[in-house]
Design a protein around this ligand. Structure first.
Ligand code: APR
Ligand code: MG
Length: 280
């Protein structure tokens, strides 16, 4: 076997690539992100990813979700606006996707026909697209000119590629790189030492993060952070790498003073302001 030798994306890279926020900038400078997330039984996923996005440099955030979810979200995230029953509307082709700087989809939605139809329509748009959780499925993205970023954990990677988990785990970077090229996407293969593989073959390993993140909801926060970072970075690859790095760095900040057992996913977004500042 030829094992891919990938590099570490270090704090030095992060410091060199984090965006500036110019004095004369306004919310339009950083663009509007669209987040497709949350359903009746999984409303929290929309809140977690929404918080992650709004903490990550975005100009404006619109959330496509169910009416029930909207009423639950407003108090924890009053800054966002909504596309009511957005998944259905996107699937029906009723949402103009051209204004969005970036789109993220998947947290708290089911991998069903409606979701698939919505993905079909979003793939026809020209913004960078993050697909996570319920939006991860077996398909090919080769035809799409704009970047597609898949964020599977190993179980999801196995489901969408057919690679057995036992086979995958010892060779995560090899398989991430292989399928990034094959599908024409960036793959963020999550877990301890997350692997980030780009469709051109460039592959990195993330050094930050710890087992405090092994808890429901932390992946949803990352998806939101990716959306926010895509809106404020010029280079989409830097956005992906810096989101993964800072997400893990928040967990590392937490365990400096608090038990590794106790981090909640929404607290990652609470730690981000201080962690991001220390990387500037
Ligand atoms: N070390 C470092 N990072 C870790 C570790 C670890 N030991 N364990 C987990 N993480 C990080 C991952 O790298 C990833 O960023 O925590 C995050 C976990 O993301 P997910 O596995 O997607 O978990 P989450 O999204 O919170 O799960 C909620 O989403 O994937 C679906 O159906 C799945 O019910 C699940 C839901
Ligand atoms: Mg997840």
């Amino acid at each position: 076997h030829t094992h891919q030798t990938e590099s570490m994306w270090t704090i030095k890279h992060v410091k060199e690539t984090l965006p500036k926020r110019e004095q004369a900038s306004h919310k339009g400078t950083f663009g509007t992100g669209l987040l497709v997330a949350g359903s009746r039984d999984m409303p929290g996923a929309a809140i977690l990813s929404g918080l992650g996005a709004m903490r990550s440099g975005i100009g404006k955030l619109e959330i496509a979700t169910e009416p029930e979810v909207i009423s639950l979200m407003v108090s924890s995230l009053p800054e966002a606006t909504y596309v009511r029953s957005g998944l259905q509307k996107i699937a029906d082709g009723l949402v103009d996707l051209s204004p969005y700087r970036a789109v993220a989809m998947g947290p708290g939605i089911l991998p069903d026909r409606l979701t698939e139809q919505a993905i079909e329509n979003i793939l026809d748009s020209h913004s960078p697209l993050v697909l996570d959780a319920g939006a991860l499925s077996q398909r090919n993205y080769m035809e799409r000119p704009a970047p597609v970023i898949l964020t599977p954990h190993p179980g999801e990677f196995s489901r969408i590629t057919g690679v057995d988990l036992q086979e995958l785990l010892p060779k995560r970077s090899f398989y991430a790189a292989k399928f990034a090229k094959k599908l024409g996407v960036a793959i963020v293969l999550k877990g301890d030492k997350t692997v980030i593989a780009f469709p051109d073959g460039e592959t990195w390993t993330n050094p930050t993060g710890n087992a405090a993140l092994a808890k429901g909801g932390t992946g949803d926060t990352l998806t939101g952070m990716l959306l926010g970072m895509l809106c404020c970075h010029e280079d989409w690859k830097h956005a992906v790498l810096n989101a993964v790095f800072l997400h893990g760095a928040c967990a590392d900040k937490w365990t400096e003073t608090r038990s590794i057992h106790t981090l909640l996913a929404h607290e990652i977004s609470g730690l981000l302001p201080e962690v991001w500042k220390s990387a500037e």
